[in-house]
Ligand binder design. Structure first.
Ligand SMILES: Cc1cc2nc3c(=O)[nH]c(=O)nc-3n(C[C@H](O)[C@H](O)[C@H](O)COP(=O)(O)O)c2cc1C
Length: 401
């Protein structure tokens, strides 16, 4: 995260931060009245992970931006601030803006600002919304207000209504309008009326969210936003790497994200055996079948082929050390790993996200691997924890639903 500072209207200092790589296409996040840029924490994270460069700022009189001594909080000053910020950016961003921020963005881009942005996403920004409800926010913890009280005393929402509606009619770029179904600021009818002004607009309603969609349901909002960005303002034309060589094949296969398991059994002497495997796949529900592929070079192969019973243990996010341990040769894998015998004898790793106890169903040749198909005789899982993931040769974690 990099701090950024822009000069707004009449030199007002507007502070914010930037995330990700400036080489990626930019997204500018603008909060609503009586909020700060902190509302975007989760959305900014999701955008960066999807390959976007994110800048978010506090509006004048809000958060860390200047609270101007002249008390200028008329609509024009917000519109001019935004135009000034956009003009200082190195590339044309998609502007994502909530309530008052959305009004300012609509006016800034509709009135002679078309060249300044590549797209516009509005959150609950109908001009005839209940502005007082929008500004009825809690103060920040610690008692420090997050906005200048002079803002709500002097800002006149009436002055913005006609201007925002007619600016909307001038906007040609792709627009997405998002509304929380439970928003108290505006109803679906007002939203529909406003949408009628745009030439090129999509509408998305997020159930289970009020006006603070981006903070309340960041997961659903991010998914909607990313879908719009991918379709309407794509990152770049994909540059594929291709070939018939082993390296390209491995890297292409690595694009398929998986979970991570440890496959276990007992050898002829009754000693526990296990190895890390992400080649796990569910095969059939009736009968219940799954498979794992074991390398013919694996030390565990002979025991796995001979075993009547085995288990697949799905690892949770905290079990990366276990995954490493069961992938390294020459380690005593079980002495420090809590486990117990399942009903069929195969070792079950304690605390795994899920355990599948299997009876051997079939063994197939699979080139340099053996395909081991198991019939599941018993399964158990822990419903609350997140999985350990593996993608492009690295461990990963879920970041949004
Ligand atoms: C994330 C990950 C996934 C793996 N998946 C498999 C797999 O599906 N099949 C396999 O045979 N080896 C897989 N391996 C490699 C084995 O875990 C590793 O070679 C291990 O040392 C084999 O142990 P062994 O030689 O004692 O049988 C994987 C390793 C990692 C780190």
């Amino acid at each position: 995260m990099q701090p950024v500072i822009f000069k707004g209207f009449a030199g007002t200092a507007l502070k914010g931060d930037a995330f990700g790589s400036p080489d990626d296409p930019a997204v500018l996040l603008i909060h609503g009245g009586a909020q700060t840029r902190a509302v975007w924490d989760d959305v900014a994270d999701a955008l960066v992970r999807a390959g976007r460069y994110v800048i978010r700022i506090d509006m004048r009189g809000h958060g860390e931006s200047e609270w101007p001594a002249d008390g200028r909080y008329d609509f024009e000053s917000f519109v001019e601030d935004l135009r000034a910020v956009l003009a200082q950016m190195a590339s044309r961003p998609v502007v994502v803006a909530a309530s008052l921020g959305g009004w300012a963005a609509t006016a800034a881009l509709g009135e002679e600002g078309a060249h300044l942005a590549a797209g516009l996403v509005l959150i609950d920004s109908v001009p005839d919304m209940d502005f007082d409800a929008a500004c009825r926010q809690e103060n920040l913890p610690g008692g420090k207000p997050c906005f200048d009280p002079a803002f709500t005393d002097t800002f006149d929402p009436e002055a913005a209504v006609d201007r925002v509606s007619s600016a909307a009619g001038q906007i040609k770029m792709p627009v997405l309008f998002v509304r929380g179904a439970k928003s108290e600021l505006s109803g679906a009818d007002e939203a529909n009326r406003f949408l009628g002004h745009f030439e090129n607009v999509e509408y998305a309603e997020i159930r289970e969210a009020g006006q603070m969609v981006a903070a309340e349901r960041a997961d659903m909002f991010s998914a909607t936003l990313l879908d719009f960005l991918e379709r309407r303002v794509p990152r770049f034309a994909p540059e594929y790497r291709q070939g018939s060589d082993a390296r390209t094949l491995r890297d292409a296969l690595g694009c398929f994200a998986t979970g991570v398991t440890v496959v276990t059994t007992l050898d002829q002497e009754g000693q526990p055996i296990g190895l890390t495997a992400n080649s796990f796949t569910s095969v059939s529900l009736e009968p219940p079948l799954l498979l794992v592929c074991i390398a013919k070079s694996a030390g565990s192969l002979a025991a796995m082929e001979a075993a009547e019973n085995f288990a697949v243990n799905v690892l949770h996010i905290g079990q990366q050390p276990t995954s490493n341990l069961f992938a390294k040769s020459g380690e005593d894998r079980f002495s420090g790993t809590p486990w117990s015998r399942g009903h069929n004898g195969a070792p079950l790793l304690s605390g795994a996200l899920a355990n599948f106890e299997c009876r051997r169903f079939a063994l197939h040749d699979g080139g340099d691997h053996v395909i081991l198909i198991g019939e599941v005789v018993r399964a158990r899982f822990e419903p609350r924890r997140d999985p350990l993931l593996y993608f492009r040769g690295k461990y990963r974690r879920l970041h949004f639903a």
